[in-house]
Write a protein that binds this ligand. Structure first.
Ligand SMILES: [Ca+2]
Ligand SMILES: [Ca+2]
Ligand SMILES: [Ca+2]
Length: 328
């Protein structure tokens, strides 16, 4: 149970404070020490679904506006019709001192430059539970290898770090299903400066960082089921949904190691109508590494749930996995 809401942060996603000691938001730094032990955690989902037979539920997913209070109703907005607030970064914004952080209005685009060498650009953002966001960081030239991270500055928060990166000249992508209320920051660096500064950066290291609302399109599950999946990129997520298990206990498990992939999975279950995260697991303890994950409940409560599968590793070679939805 203890590790359900803690974070096993991938090296590249460690708090900015680990980067050459020069960029540090106080809370973000402390979150980097929030490493959970490899304790089997099969009970973190303490009150997941029951009741009615499974049914597709994506229509109930909150797709609200980006209002910070999370108040929402159905929002038909798509990526195409979202007006974006376009802005240009103002330095200093690297978190040193901790107050030196910019602000980004969402949905929007921030134009910035990783300059001088080892620059980091941090922007506070407003996110609410149940929202689903698509992030891209597109280099202005082939010099920049973009790295994007979204993190909750509260080390006790329930939002794990979300990160994505790409090769020089390519667009980095992050998909983020927001699990819990938090104080969020999005950061851009050069991926080669993460986790250790290597001197990358300069006036040609420009980028356009864009955050847009997305509409979740989860795969509807009826227990029991086994699916094969493959994340589109290191920063992508896959979504599944189910409504109840007729009161039976259940488990959801993600296997990367047994699928011979390079994914390091993280699994979360979110109560859609309650806008409440039931649990997050980043290591089921079944292997020496942290690649396989599992969450479940012996006495699930009736609701409709979103299952979020993510990668917390840095190896993009093969992001395939097997996910099992089993009844106890
Ligand atoms: Ca900058
Ligand atoms: Ca900066
Ligand atoms: Ca993991």
């Amino acid at each position: 149970m203890r590790c359900s809401f803690l974070r096993r942060l991938p090296r590249h996603a460690f708090g900015f404070g680990l980067v050459a000691g020069s960029i540090c938001l106080a809370a973000a730094c402390s979150s980097s020490t929030n490493d959970s032990a490899a304790v089997p955690d099969t009970s973190a989902g303490t009150d997941a679904g029951t009741g009615a037979p499974d049914a597709p539920t994506s229509s109930t997913q909150d797709s609200s506006t980006s209002s910070p209070d999370g108040a929402s109703s159905q929002d038909a907005a798509t990526d195409a019709d979202q007006p974006l607030t376009v802005a240009t970064e103002v330095e200093p914004n690297g978190g040193t001192p901790a107050t030196a952080v910019g602000t980004m209005v969402l949905p929007g685009t921030m134009n910035g430059t990783i300059d001088p060498a080892n620059d980091a650009d941090l922007f506070t953002i407003q996110l609410a539970p149940g929202e689903f966001w698509d992030w891209t960081a597109t280099p202005k030239t082939a010099d920049l290898a973009p790295h994007v991270i979204i993190f909750d500055t509260d080390p006790a928060g329930k939002n794990p770090n979300e990160a994505g990166f790409a090769a020089a000249g390519a667009t980095a992508k992050v998909q983020h299903f927001v699990l819990s209320t938090g104080t969020f920051v999005v950061g851009v660096r050069d991926a080669r400066n993460v986790p250790t500064a290597t001197g990358k950066g300069g006036p040609t290291y420009g980028y356009a960082l864009t955050g847009k609302r997305a509409t979740p399109a989860p795969i509807a599950i009826t227990f029991p089921a086994t699916k094969m999946g493959k994340l589109a990129s290191v920063g992508s997520v896959d979504l599944y949904t189910f409504t109840g298990t007729n009161g039976q206990g259940f488990d959801v498990s993600v296997r990367g190691a047994s699928a011979s992939s390079t994914i390091d999975s993280r699994l979360s279950i979110f109560d859609i109508p309650a806008k409440n995260v039931i649990g997050t697991n980043d290591d089921d303890g079944s292997t020496p590494d942290t690649r396989d994950t599992k969450l479940g409940s012996a006495s699930p409560a009736p609701s409709t749930y979103m299952v979020i599968v993510e990668n917390e590793g840095t190896d993009a070679t093969d992001l395939s996995y097997e996910i099992q939805f089993s009844l106890r």
